[in-house]
Design a protein around this ligand. Structure first.
Ligand SMILES: [Zn+2]
Length: 93
């Protein structure tokens, strides 16, 4: 049972799972990282403009289970990167 005003209680609020409203059955949205099947959290959501340069903006939301998977994803989509975490994140998460 969660006790009010503890760190665990506050984290439980922040780490709200994403529910796919379109599915209609309250299903959770999975982490966007390739090999991960955990549920995504609101806390690790990012919004990306996927439209071509100069075109109408088209925004996509991506959710992740952890800051680590968010960083993996962000660094994976950047051209020239080699699927590595940025220096500040190595060994920290
Ligand atoms: Zn994940």
């Amino acid at each position: 049972m969660t006790i009010r005003d503890t760190t665990a209680y506050r984290h439980a609020i922040i780490q709200k799972k994403i529910i796919n409203l379109d599915s209609g059955d309250g299903r959770h949205v999975m982490c966007s990282w390739d090999t991960c099947e955990s549920d995504g959290f609101e806390l690790y959501k990012i919004r990306v403009n996927t439209a071509a340069p100069g075109a109408e903006p088209r925004h996509m939301n991506y959710v992740f289970c952890s800051e680590r998977h968010k960083q993996y994803w962000l660094n994976n989509v950047r051209p020239g990167s080699n699927n590595n975490l940025p220096p500040g994140y190595r060994g920290h998460l």
